[in-house]
Design a protein around this ligand. Structure first.
Ligand code: PGA
Length: 243
């Protein structure tokens, strides 16, 4: 059986003092594993603060190469050096504001796997796209082009319809379940039974009072949560649903 997972995406929020306080208030309370993906400035301090607890720390982006002349970038090797376990790849905000292509996402996914990080690969359609399932399947097929069947269970996919991110509008649980079942089917065609081991998260305006409806869907294994993951009480309430 697949585990359930809540992953927070703090985006460009939180300074050190509040972030450390968040970890002190949450990490010891967790009965199941949970993740927060934090800005680069917090990775080291929070990775130390959360060590030995059920709270794992993730980054929000990674460069595709191990080192080199890429001013401002951070490699998977550097994340591994800080004992970071997870990394978000291809979030729609990075695709939109930093022109990250499916090809770049595929190379970053490879880099993360090569350093033993668990990639959380984001996909999702913009509002009004004619064929959402075809659009999102293509993102996944492109992203996973260099991933083997043995590696699949070490990766996570987050389906986040772009119009639902930060808007307070969510997909209906039925629609989210339908899309994710479709994506699992796409993975099954390529990877066979290994597709049953891959975690799929839903993201887009998830909060403590709606997460239960998503997590009760057959193919939805958890949530990627932005705004509602910044508050320790709301974060703990959401993680309660993964027990
Ligand atoms: P949101 O963000 O929960 O604030 O909608 C989700 C995300 O961007 O991962």
């Amino acid at each position: 059986m697949r585990k359930k997972l809540v992953a927070g995406n703090w985006k460009m929020n939180m300074l050190r003092e509040r972030a450390v306080d968040f970890v002190r208030r949450t990490a010891g309370e967790l009965e199941t594993e949970a993740v927060i993906c934090v800005p680069y400035t917090l990775l080291d301090v929070l990775s130390k603060e959360a060590a030995g607890t059920k709270l794992s720390i993730g980054a929000q982006n990674v460069h595709e190469l191990p080192s080199g002349a890429f001013t401002g970038e951070i490699s998977a090797e550097m994340l591994a050096d800080l004992h970071i376990q997870y990394v978000i790849i291809g979030h729609s905000e990075r695709r939109q504001y930093y022109a990250e292509s499916d090809e770049a996402v595929s190379r970053k996914l490879r880099a993360a796997l090569d350093r033993g990080l668990t990639p959380v690969v984001c996909c999702g359609e913009p509002e009004g796209v004619a064929h959402p399932r075809a659009f999102v399947s293509a993102q996944i097929e492109n992203a996973f082009q260099h991933v083997s069947a043995e590696e699949l269970s070490k990766t996570i996919i987050a389906y986040e319809p772009i119009w639902a991110i930060g808007t307070g509008k969510t997909a209906s649980p039925e629609d989210a379940q339908g899309m994710i079942a479709h994506l699992r089917g796409v993975q099954r065609l390529k990877y066979g039974a290994e597709a049953e081991k891959q975690l799929f998260l839903y993201g887009g305006s998830v909060k403590a009072d709606n997460i239960g409806e998503f997590l009760s869907c057959e193919d939805i294994d958890g949530a990627l949560v932005g705004g509602a993951s910044l508050d320790p009480i709301s974060f703990l309430k959401m993680v309660e649903h993964t027990k």
